[in-house]
Design a protein around this ligand. Sequence first.
Ligand SMILES: [Zn+2]
Length: 422
Amino acid sequence: MSAVPPVSIAALRGVRLTSGAVVDIALDGDEVLAVVPAGSPLPDTDGETLDLTGYLVTAAGAEPHAHLDKSQSWDAIQPPFGDLVRAIESWQAFAVTLDEDETLGRARSTALRMLASGITSIRTHVDLLHGSDPLIGVRALVRLRDELEGLMDIELVALGGPTVPNAVFDAALDAGVDLVGGAPHLADDPLADLERLIALARRRDVGLDLHTDESLAGADTLAAYARAVTGWHRPRTAGHCVRLSMMPAADLALLADEIRAADIGVIALPITNLYLQGWDAAHAVPRAIAPLGRLRAAGVRVAAGADNVRDPFNPVGRCDHLETASLLVSAGHLAPEAAMDAVTTGARDVMGLPVAGPVPGARADLVAVRADSLGDAVAFASADRVVLHRGRLVSRTTVSTETAASVALPVRTRSAAPATAS
Ligand SMILES: [Zn+2]
């Protein structure tokens, strides 16, 4: 990757919206000022103009659940293929050797891949480690956040198991971590761990982001989580929730009402849970994806992310919100529009970030993808992208394809949509 200076952008010309309309967009500082039919006069603001003919623009991607400290450790660990328990064992054996600079290097590489894909906000968990120096990962990711300030927003969640002392959570929060996290369903006493984590977040007055019920038939903590945080004022989210995918519809409907009343955002993580769950099944392997369609219909805030990338929890992954969106369509049965929402505006919503997108008054965190339509963007996920964070150009990828075919690529199979805003 080569560097581009983060220049201020005043206007985007000739770009397509998901409605099909081709428009010009005026930016003013870190906000979208106006969206008008292509070729119309635009208000005069400071910055450069980008011609985005042939691109589709949406709100920037947001990754609501990453593990940058673990990412890209697969090749160093060479773990066996397997389920969540095996992945945890592999990671914990490696974690005793963790080095701060090496962790920073892997995390930086993953974050910059995400940025090139159009992800300008990342919420990452960071392990509170066992041993004499539990904050190695925390220090690495705080450094990363400082390095990438101005290019992307990074939030940190302290991920600690039931044997991690409260004092270590406090030290992590004092060192710059933003939220309390954990995985109560993995504890010997899940409800006791849940209560401890909620009490910690309340005492420190910070948000909560819990790994929740990441098993198909194990502990069920989501209802207790919902009851405990109803009426609270800090952002709270539940990641994974794969157990919901196994619930009868009537039970899910009752639980969804409690989740909505508690205002907990549910984050599905399709690629990692497709990998981690179902190893015990010899046939009819379950998909293990939180049922976002039914939750959304019940009024629950929903989002989706990738979770792990190239580590013992997931050997693959492209650091691309459009990969997550594609999986939500094929494995999660969401329409492409709802899938795109889950990885852009929905993800920002559960993270408590300001609204972004090609809408007047919204934050100018935008990604333009070379595509004729939203469906094309989700399906082909062209790497040809232009990424804006707070109105500044922070990444541009230009793909060059040479082919021996006698027709030019990409092949256009239909006429363009009308050039009007709608
Ligand atoms: Zn996770």
